[in-house]
Ligand binder design. Structure first.
Ligand code: PLP
Length: 514
């Protein structure tokens, strides 16, 4: 599209292996040598060790690097991560939105970042006040009476909610008989995994032609052995489950609990309060709805809100406001309720709490509502701008993400994976592929509300050009992609099945290969 010297696809071999300023980086063990050190240490005085047999038989064989070598190694590695700070990251279901720098500034305040969970509570009153205020916002936004802050990710929050449900069932004396958990076909994989981990039997509910829960099929599954339903709303097809209140009522009638996977709360925050829909437990991914996206395996946080029916079973620890300030309830004996135990050693992901509350307070309640509205608007802009050339899986407007399938690639010899790899050559991190499983060759695009109109327009134009190219028989643009990335297609299956988790010397690697 631009008037530029075309880049030759045959990659020039350089002496160093580097490509312009994209530098190859070896493992730290391959660049260091054990006899070097980045610091000057005083010689150790002669002592008679008292460790006896516990003495290490040899030196630890750590790589030795000078300070600049160590720094460059880690800076170069960090530059190999694609991140939301580097470009559009339209990964459906993951909500990779801009993380305001204000969040980071607040999280680095020494009163939040330099404290220890074992400090006396009188010395951390500000941190406890922040946790209490965050809890207040979460309860208000969801209209739920209780929240467990400690779960450290969405999946961990699911486990927390389902453990509260199990405790409530046990308190009713029905643990032996309420064994079944209903999980819609379109559920996030963590839902059935959580139910199975807790010993429940997973029973799948099919989706209807609209991509939503089949209400009739759901009602047929009801019975007094149903412990709970685990339903995602908006669901993983990016659609709002319109029958949610009817589902909640029917489930409660047979004595079951309603777990809602609220990872996608970003699509409805400020517009709908889950407590009004009959939900009993729901986790909120702070790292999706309230910025702080989890790129590069960064920390997550999955607070779980609980209804009146489950609040008494909330896990330890939790913050209470007393006359002399805030206190922590850390032991069952201190609690007036029946906590089911604890999820983590301490209190959860403090840094995430600070970032999420900064985000909430800087947006205000009207700003949070606009977050949801703009996220939905942007996704619908994508859907409307591409559905004449790509195959939208379901009719009608979507929520915060637009779902396409591989129908438009039929007969081209190109599949979803090839299409995604060609996006890498164009400088885009691919959308989520092959998920949700309910459609063939899924492509799930979540633009989030933080992308500008210009950014979205260039993205749309790029995808339209790729579709044109696919239809014109330029198959190699896809099947050979990525051609411009430092690595081509990796054998991901082999990497998952035979992971090499420890660095090996050349001899060890040769031996392992035999
Ligand atoms: C992201 C997500 C999860 C899991 O959250 P993690 O923090 O990755 O554990 C669960 N359900 C849905 C619908 C999600 O989008």
């Amino acid at each position: 599209m631009n008037e530029m010297t075309p880049i030759t696809k045959e990659r020039k071999q350089t002496f160093t292996g580097h490509q312009a300023l994209i530098l190859e980086e070896k493992l730290i063990f391959e660049i260091g040598s054990a006899d070097k050190s980045g610091v000057d240490l005083e010689p150790v005085p002669e002592v008679t060790p008292r460790l006896g047999d516990c003495m290490a038989p040899s030196k630890p064989d750590l790589p030795g690097l000078s300070e600049p070598e160590a720094m460059r190694h880690f800076v170069r590695l960090s530059q190999k991560n694609h991140s939301i700070d580097a470009g559009l990251y339209p990964l459906g279901s993951c909500t990779m939105k801009h993380n305001p720098r204000l969040n980071e500034k607040m999280a680095r305040l020494p009163g939040f970042s330099d404290i220890h969970p074992l400090q006396p509570v009188s010395t951390v009153q500000g941190a406890l006040a922040l946790m209490d205020e965050l809890a207040h916002w979460l309860k208000t936004l969801t209209n739920m009476p209780a929240v467990a802050l400690s779960p450290k990710a969405g999946a961990h929050g699911e486990l927390c909610g389902m453990m509260a449900i199990r405790a409530a069932i046990e308190a009713r004396g029905e643990l032996e008989t309420r064994r079944r958990v209903l999980v819609p076909e379109s559920a996030h994989g963590t839902n059935p995994a959580t139910a199975a981990l807790l010993g429940f039997k997973v029973d799948e509910i099919p989706a209807n032609a609209d991509g939503r829960v089949d209400l009739a099929a759901f009602k047929e599954k009801l019975g007094d052995d149903v412990a709970a339903i685990m339903l995602t709303n908006p669901n993983t097809c990016g659609l709002f489950e319109r029958d949610i209140i009817e589902i909640a009522d029917a489930l409660h009638e047979v004595g079951g609990y309603f777990y809602c996977d609220g990872a996608n709360f970003n699509a409805i925050v400020g517009r709908v309060r889950p407590g009004d829909l009959g939900i009993d437990a729901m986790h909120i991914n702070l790292h999706k709805t309230f910025s702080t996206p989890h790129g590069g395996g960064g920390p997550g946080s999955g607070p779980t809100v609980l209804s009146d029916r489950l609040a008494a079973f909330a896990p330890l620890p939790y913050v209470v406001a007393g006359e002399d300030g805030f206190d922590l309830i850390e032991l069952e004996a201190q609690s007036a309720d029946q906590p089911f135990g604890r999820m983590v050693a301490f209190h959860g992901q403090m840094g995430m709490f600070v970032r999420a509350l900064s985000y909430m307070k800087s947006h205000g309640s009207d700003g949070l509502r606009q977050v949801a509205e703009d996220a939905v608007l942007n996704a619908n802009y994508i859907l409307a701008s591409l559905q004449d050339v790509m195959t939208a899986s379901f009719a009608g407007p979507c929520m915060h993400e637009a779902l396409f399938d591989d129908g438009f690639l039929k007969g081209t010899g190109i599949d979803t994976l090839d299409f995604a790899k060609a996006m890498i050559d164009e400088g885009y991190h691919p959308m989520t592929m092959y998920f949700p499983l309910v459609v063939h060759g899924a492509m799930l695009i979540e633009p989030t509300e933080t992308e500008s109109r210009d950014t979205l327009d260039l993205f749309i134009a790029t995808l339209r050009d790729l579709v044109r190219s696919a239809n014109a028989g330029e198959t190699e643009r896809f099947t050979n992609a990525p051609e411009l990335a430092p690595r081509r297609r990796l054998d991901e299956t082999r990497a998952a099945r035979h992971p090499i988790l420890r660095w090996q010397t050349a001899e060890e690697a040769a031996q392992a290969a035999e």
